[in-house]
Design a protein around this ligand. Structure first.
Ligand code: FA5
Length: 314
């Protein structure tokens, strides 16, 4: 029997012999049934034979299975000596990197971080920001409204209101978060990141605002940068400005808006505008990242394509 098992080279034949030996009507099964008639020595010998045979079947089965696998691998031309794929190391996303850098600069200027919800109510996103219902400035931002009248935050300026309502004045905060608008092209995405700064105290002027913006941008870009300041309009600041930065290719790209906080906004937060003044600014931090790292399409930040992230130097 032992010799017979060793000669078998396929699983079907091995299984057939196993059944003929250990199955219901198998030869070993029949012998085991007679065991009670045997003397002690013969019993021990039969037990040993039974165990050895079972082990032999098992080891032959493993050998045959290995042979089958090796034959299959040979067919697939697998070369086990090939080097493994190079290890893919994770990197910090450029937006996260920009976020860390901007936050640490603003913190060094004495601003503290503040947050707010991405689904905003009308009061914080519009009305308290001096943009009551039917105000034409609501059209400046194409918004995603929810059925209950709430809105996907269109600007981090909503967080200004939350911060002033909560801590009052003096206040020096910045907020970073996702904002949403119905826009999509190379420099606009439906979801984009904004960063907001707010400083309200006694005797704050436009000079403080422009000085802060210049210091922030030149620290972030780590070089002398060219910025352009244009008069603009926002319902929540008066006067209002927009600021652009010059790309390496000589083109100007709008980075954000800013201005002196409108007296109505202060009043909406129970702050006396005759005593306190302040500035606010808001810009797209993904645009800042785009400029800093020399990337040309905002949408790629959100595609999650690892090949692009690698090629962009991250
Ligand atoms: C605002 O959102 C104002 N809340 C900014 C502000 C804050 C003004 C505080 C005054 C005081 P605006 O709509 O211009 O302004 O957007 C600000 C910046 O966000 C833009 O300059 C741009 O950098 C970025 N941005 C706006 N829309 C998009 C978009 N769809 N995709 C990417 N970035 C955008």
């Amino acid at each position: 029997m032992q010799e017979q098992i060793k000669k078998i080279d396929n699983l079907e034949e091995l299984q057939a012999l196993y059944t003929a030996t250990f199955g219901k009507n198998g030869t070993m099964t029949a012998r085991l049934k007679q065991m009670k008639d045997l003397d002690n020595d013969a019993r021990a010998a039969l037990n040993r034979e039974n165990t050895e045979l079972r082990e032999l079947f098992k080891s032959r089965q493993t050998e045959i299975e290995n042979d089958v696998m090796m034959a299959a691998l040979k067919g697939e031309m697998l070369d086990p000596s090939l080097n493994p794929m190079p290890e893919n190391r994770g990197t910090i996303h450029p937006l996260t990197q920009a976020l860390y850098e901007l936050s640490s600069i603003l913190e060094s200027f004495g601003f503290t971080v503040w947050t707010g919800p991405e689904v905003e109510d009308d009061w914080h996103n519009f009305t308290a920001l001096n943009t009551p219902k039917h105000h034409p400035a609501r059209d400046m931002q194409d918004s995603f409204f929810l059925e209950n009248g709430n809105v996907m935050r269109t600007q981090t300026s909503a967080i200004q209101i939350r911060a002033m309502e909560k801590v009052g004045v003096p206040i020096k905060v910045f907020a970073i978060g996702s904002t949403y608008r119905k826009e999509l092209d190379a420099t606009h995405t439906c979801m984009f990141g904004q960063m907001e700064g707010l400083y309200v105290d006694k005797n704050i002027t436009m000079v403080d605002l422009i000085g802060t913006l210049r210091a922030l941008l030149s620290r972030f870009f780590n070089r002398d940068i060219e910025i352009r300041i244009r008069p603009s309009y926002f319902p929540f600041t008066e006067p209002s400005i927009e600021f652009d930065m010059k790309w390496d290719n000589g083109k100007w790209l709008e980075l954000g808006g800013a201005g002196m906080v409108h007296p109505n906004v202060l009043k909406n937060c129970n702050i006396d505008p005759n005593e306190y003044q302040g500035f606010a600014f808001g810009f797209g931090w993904d645009r800042m990242a785009m400029l800093k790292y020399g990337l040309d399409d905002l949408r790629k930040f959100y595609d999650g394509d690892v090949r692009w992230l690698k090629n962009s130097g991250f």
